[in-house]
Design a protein around this ligand. Sequence first.
Ligand code: AQP
Length: 326
Amino acid sequence: MSKQPIRAYSGIQPSGAPHLGNDLGAIRNYVALQENYESIYCIVDYHALTSVHDGEKLRRQTREMAAALIALGLDPNKCTLFVQSHRPEVQELAWILMTVTPVSWVERTPTYKEKKLQQADDINHGLLTYPILQAADILLPKASVVPVGKDQAAHLELSREIARSFNNKFGDTFPEPEAVFTTSPVVLGTDGEKKMSKSLGNTIDILGDPAVITKQVMGSVTDTKRPLKSDPGHPEACNVCQLHKLVSANYEELWQNERAALTGCADMKRLLAERLIAHYAPARERYNELLALPHEIDNILGDGAARLLPIVTETMREVKEKVGLA
Ligand code: AQP
């Protein structure tokens, strides 16, 4: 079956191993969309520079993220997978987009406000301009569909505004990209309160060692209104039960047992850990195999960047002509 003439794009930072939130909130949609849309996925290393200041670490994590995405289901024959800095045209477009973006638009982005608190000793300029570079990522291949988690909704809205601003000044050039969410667009972390996030240390590292997954799940906050195992449980208010809803086909039966106090929080956590370990076992195996083949990963990423060249060259030719740089 031929693919629909719609282009999907999404980027992921090589800032550490993907966690359950990345997979349920975004990566599984990357995998689904590659079947029907021309799909482009990017490991956004320029973005990661806003928080990683260690060259060796960034290089290693970039390869690891490529291996992880392939292990989780991206097929380089069905999609284009590349590294952001391998197509530096994105920086050229980002500068041009900065000139049509009012400062107030980036200052109000919620993620900028959060990052200012999270890395108070490193509020670098990249954190402020991050969403404009992100708009350039999406607009460079003229993508119209962007699979992301809900935390990216504000950035996506800004990308749409930036596309509109450019189009208003220079004529119709970019489609306004639409976010596409999974059925679990916000996965909470093991603290049961905040979005699962590497920088908050509340993750479940799906491709990690089974012992790590077990430790992370067993350390999760559960039903705070159930001091005793003999008390009835409240699955709606328990994040571990919510995670079962996402990964366990029989979650209703599990919830019922919780309500009737037939099972306790520790049972739910043990079962969740077992199921996650079993579910991600094939991906974990493939991930470790790929990590032992760095040249294969580099070839896939090199092919991806090369495949994009004609697309981005055409966009930059059109943009430069319109703004007067050519
Ligand atoms: N908890 C989440 N629930 C749903 N979706 C999520 N995503 C991230 N966390 C969740 C989505 O995963 C994609 C890749 O995101 P990213 O590269 O921005 O990853 P991230 O933000 O680095 O993930 P973290 O863990 O939140 O990193 P830090 O703490 O460094 O900022 C995106 O589509 C994102 O929405």
